[in-house]
Every structure is written in C-alpha cells, then in structure tokens.
Write a protein that binds this ligand. Structure first.
Ligand code: CDP
Ligand code: MG
Length: 247
C-alpha cells in the first residue's frame, strides 16, 4: 500500500461530548463518507491520571494543565458518577488523515471556532471559568468536545500512547512492531525485569509491542537515557485495569 494511505491520527471524544450526547454527531461528521478515512482502532477508556498527563505532556506547567487533566479524566463533567468518566478513543487512517480531521474539528477555542469556522465540531464547545481556592477567576478552560492529533509527530506519539499493536488490525499497522524477548513488570513508576509482589506484568516474551516502546524499555532497564518516559509506554497496558491507580 502507498505509505501516504497509512497516515493515522488519534481522536478522543471527550467527556463533554459524551455528556451532551454528541457522539453520533461526531462520528457522522468524521465518517468515511465525509472524510474518505477508515477506522483502524477504537476503545472506551476510563482515563487514568497517568495517561492524561502523558497525553498532555507538552502542557505540563501551564496554568490550565491541572484543569485539562480533570476534564479529560471526566472529573469535570461526571463529578459524582465515576462509572461514567470515560472517553472514546478512535484511530482513523488514510491519506491526509491528520489535516482532514483537524479541519473538521476546527480551532481549539470554541469562541474562535464559532466565528472562524461555523459548523465545525468545536463550534459547539463552551468556555468554563477557572477559579483559584479563593474563588478568583484565573483563566478559562476550553471545553471543545474532541481531541485530534495536530502533527505527524503528535499522531505517532498519541497513537502509541493509547493503542497497543494488537488493538489495530495487523494490515493497518503504520508503525514498526517487535516481539518482546523479555518480561517487563511495573510498580509505582519503576520498571522491573523480574516479578515483584504487587507489580503488574506489562509484556512477556513473544508479546508484540511497538518497536520504539521496546527500545525505551531496554534503555530504561539499563539506566541509559530514553527518548520516551516509562509512563508513556506503560499507560496503555493499564487502560481499564481496575487496579491501575495503585500500580
Ligand atoms: O487540542 P488542541 O491541540 O487544539 O489544543 P492544545 O493547545 O494542545 O490544548 C489541549 C487542550 O487543552 C485543548 O483542546 C483545550 O481543551 C485545553 N486548553 C484550555 O483549556 N485552555 C487553553 N488556554 C489551551 C488549551
Ligand atoms: Mg494539541
């Protein structure tokens, strides 16, 4: 297949879209009929703090960072209903997938979306004032219904953050994979090669992983600098695991 046909992008239908029953509308706007793109992966995710922090890693330290974590984790829209706290993660594939989806999604700020691109998905979003402990307004959160990867680099990082290779049909893989030759375990932000009480096994020999993830794990286990964080590899293996916050 032509490599350009393999371009993939990550979409997250965020908790405000789920709460407002906009899922069908979003899926319809992004359907193959409108975009020419194909579904290659989908899952419903109860978002852990680990995956939220990794997803928005580029915003760490910014004033709105804590608020967007709470938003993605569903804490802002389903305050007392933790079982409803989830997003729908969808991977789309096809020529120009990243640009096509960002076009339909529209500008980040819903107010700008309404003036610059009426009818785009984010034009249905809203702005929420952010307050400090004393109740003073310190900024605004943009509840914009949907996430979509912005660049090829973001798309690769985000696809590998939310999806394991076997979440995607093998003929639709866009990134190299490799079979693990080792066991890898995780507990409290530490990687282990041997089982430790209370740890979780993230990879076993013969499991198929993203090649770049295995490179990161090998480097971390040798104590040499790695391009990705341990959490960026581990987070997807803990998706929807009951004990995820304890590991
Ligand atoms: O999502 P997108 O790539 O368009 O924007 P971003 O700049 O990467 O920001 C990530 C998300 O944080 C946005 O989609 C907004 O929901 C939120 N955000 C916010 O609440 N306030 C800002 N000043 C910037 C972003
Ligand atoms: Mg972004």
């Amino acid at each position: 297949m032509d490599k350009r046909e393999l371009e993939q992008t990550l979409v997250l239908i965020k908790p405000d879209a789920l709460k407002n029953s906009l899922t069908g509308y979003v899926l319809s706007a992004l359907s193959e009929f409108h975009t020419g793109l194909h579904y290659c992966g989908t899952k419903i995710v109860h978002v852990s703090r680990m995956i939220a922090e990794e997803h928005y890693a580029e915003h760490r330290g910014k004033i709105f960072f804590p608020a967007i974590l709470e938003y993605l984790m569903g804490h802002s829209h389903y305050i007392n209903e933790p079982w409803k706290q989830r997003v729908i993660a969808i991977a789309y594939q096809g020529r120009d997938a990243i640009r096509k989806i960002r076009d339909i999604v529209g500008p980040t700020n819903p107010l700008e979306a309404r003036t610059e691109k009426p009818g785009c998905i984010r034009s249905l979003g809203t702005m929420v004032p952010l307050k400090d402990a004393e109740g003073n307004i310190i900024g605004q959160r943009m509840d914009n219904l949907i996430h979509a990867s912005a660049t090829p680099e973001d798309a690769e990082r985000e696809m590998k953050l939310w999806f394991k290779p076997n979440d995607i049909p093998p003929l639709m893989h866009a990134y190299p994979t490799e079979q693990s030759r080792e066991f890898y375990y995780f507990k409290k932000h530490i990687l282990y090669r041997k089982h430790e009480p209370g740890c979780v096994c993230i990879l076993a020999p013969a499991d198929v992983a993203w090649k770049s993830d295995l490179e990161t794990l090998r480097k971390i286990s040798k104590g040499t600098p790695a391009s990705g964080s341990l959490e960026s590899v581990v987070a997807k293996y803990l998706i929807n695991e009951k004990q995820a916050e304890n590991w």
